[in-house]
Design a binder for this molecule. Sequence first.
Ligand SMILES: [Zn+2]
Length: 66
Amino acid sequence: MLSMSQQQFENFTASSLYCEKCKAAMPVRERLLLVLPDREVFDYLCTGCGSSVGQREVTAGDRLTA
Ligand SMILES: [Zn+2]
């Protein structure tokens, strides 16, 4: 896991996540789940089985501190 580069981390949103159902890192589809006044919540769906494998929140504050 330590060999994972930061570049891969930056590609997180468009690459793959570990799916417990498929028991493998699967390509994911990003879906806008929720829009709030101060943030947006994205849901990541496994393209193999369609289950949710993760979520991400994007806020204006995160963008400033990132
Ligand atoms: Zn899956």
